[in-house]
Design a protein around this ligand. Structure first.
Ligand code: BES
Ligand code: MN
Ligand code: ZN
Length: 498
């Protein structure tokens, strides 16, 4: 769906359906005077009298079919003092989905209404465009096109009141489009099944995207991983017929080449069977999403490069497939990580931290980071603790933690801070190696984070995002169908933009 702009005031707006918002107890027309000018027939539309602007309510109002604006979709937002950008996003997305179901060709969203809602005018333009685009997201690459289903609307116009569209309006809409593009890309990658997306294919996809968007890309294959000492990542992939890869992406815009980079590290397990410590069959298919962290890093970096953001960012995708076979790594194995420390493997299903510890250690040998952020579908324990709506955030630095939480909240991705509680690190002591790779079930998200922390040098600014649980959307919502959510792409994009 193309995003357009209309100005010269409401009398000149056009679109098959105009979206209009109201809050509890408000009169749609009194609240939004421009509506009367854009669609004068609204004042006498009988169905408007029955519209109650509760949260989630939608009412389609019809005027004469040949008018510039023949229909209005009234959208309720609930109590005005409870309206948040999250709620506006959900409302816009629900409205857009209704329009798609009706087979509508074009939509008009009046911008003046947004200035009356809490959140800030430009922010809401960005969020409405973002939500409208994501509402149309589908993973249909592997399916025959459906004959019954109407096509998505062709365009969405933002209607401005005044002679011209303010610059800020254009820029905000472009940011919204770019963010939706990034999240859609992350979803596409994560939804792609394990048979069609091996580590090598993910690396190829990354290289192609990098090429298109002006990122440098280097791929470390098995030999290169061996040369560079990434034994833990190699061990995770050694039970699979399809070998691991480390993808190194770099965005260094002119004038920022010498800057210390923000380093983003993503877990890229293209399928996680658990390895020799095989997972139970129930929901194992969801483990095709175990590269959601890598997808978020790749999507955010590509979008940043396309936006031309003025900062240096490096992205690492630690890619492997965790499978059981005669060559697979075993519980009890001792591996040497990229920092030289020996690691005792306890449970082969805790493969993510092995892939990540090597990437983290290797990154610190190669760059002097401004900060390091890793993102991973790391522990079921995090999903148990926080549920499927909140992701875990681990960080010793309050400033970085707050920036990440704020970056997430901007786009509706919410994080809850969990402790890097030092006394638990004792549980990672090994009899035979420098560190043991898992501890007990209790506090599993924390001990996983402490394991990663072991590979981060003292004094380095580092945060760990555990997105297990939020990476998968079990039930369709206006903003996301069932399947991969693309969680994290927007947060990383906002972090690097800010
Ligand atoms: N990829 C899983 C974690 C996961 C679980 C992600 C559910 C999304 C939804 C990870 O590799 C894993 O298996 N972790 C183990 C660690 C344990 C063996 C210490 C877990 O959480 O059970
Ligand atoms: Mn696992
Ligand atoms: Zn995993």
């Amino acid at each position: 769906m193309e995003v357009r702009f209309q100005n010269l005031g409401p009398e000149h707006w056009k679109g098959d359906v105009m979206l209009a918002f109201a809050c509890d107890g408000e009169d749609l027309l009194l609240q939004n005077p421009e509506l009367d000018k854009a669609a004068p027939w609204l004042a006498v539309a009988p169905a408007l009298r029955d519209f109650r602007p509760r949260e989630g309510s939608l009412a389609l109002l019809h005027g004469h079919p040949e008018l510039d604006i023949p229909r209005v979709l009234a959208i309720g937002l609930g109590a005005r003092d409870e309206v948040t950008p999250d709620r506006v996003r959900a409302a816009v997305a629900a409205g857009v989905q209704r329009c798609r179901a009706l087979g509508v060709r074009s939509l008009l969203l009046p911008e003046p209404q947004l200035s009356r809602l809490p959140g800030g005018r430009e922010r809401l333009v960005e969020e409405c465009v973002y939500a409208a685009q994501l509402a149309l997201y589908r993973f249909d690459a592997l399916k025959k096109p459906s004959a019954e289903e109407p096509p998505a609307p062709e365009w969405l116009a933002l209607g401005f009141d005044g002679e011209s569209v303010p610059d800020g309006g254009h820029a905000a809409a472009r940011r919204g489009e770019s963010a939706a593009w990034a999240v859609s890309l992350a979803r596409d990658l994560a939804n792609m099944p394990g048979n069609l997306l091996s580590p090598a294919l993910l690396a190829e996809r990354a290289a192609a995207l990098a090429e298109d968007s002006g990122l440098a890309c280097e791929i470390l294959d098995e030999d290169a991983l061996a040369r560079e000492g990434l034994d833990c990542l190699r061990a995770v992939g050694q039970g699979s017929a399809r070998p691991p890869r480390l993808v190194v992406l770099e965005y260094a815009p002119t004038g920022h080449e010498q800057e210390k980079p923000l380093i983003l590290v993503g877990k890229g397990i293209t399928f996680d069977s658990g390895g020799i410590c095989l997972k139970p069959a129930a929901n194992m298919h969801q483990m095709k999403c175990d590269m959601s962290g890598a997808a978020a890093v790749l999507a955010a970096l590509t979008a940043l490069a396309r936006e031309g953001a003025p900062r240096r960012v490096v992205g690492l995708l630690a890619c492997a497939e965790n499978m059981p076979d005669g060559g697979a790594y075993r519980p009890g194995d001792v591996l040497t990580a990229a920092n030289g420390d020996s690691v005792e493997v306890i449970n082969t299903d805790a493969e993510g931290r092995l892939a990540l510890c090597d990437a983290l250690a290797w990154a610190q040998k190669r760059w002097t980071p401004a900060a390091i952020v890793d993102i991973a579908t790391l522990t079921g324990a995090c999903a148990v603790a926080l549920g499927t709506g909140l992701a875990g955030l681990f960080c010793d630095d309050d400033g970085l933690a707050e920036r990440l939480a704020a970056a997430g909240a901007t786009g509706g991705e919410h994080f809850w801070r969990l402790p890097l509680w030092r006394p638990y690190a004792d549980q990672l002591k090994s009899e035979v190696a420098d560190i043991r790779h898992t501890a007990g079930r209790e506090g599993g998200a924390i001990t996983a984070a402490l394991f990663l922390r072991h590979f981060v040098r003292e004094g380095e600014l580092w945060a760990h995002l555990d997105i297990a649980g939020v990476d998968w959307n079990a039930k369709a919502t206006p903003l996301c169908p069932e399947g991969a959510s693309g969680f994290g792409a927007r947060t990383l994009l906002e972090l690097a933009r800010g």
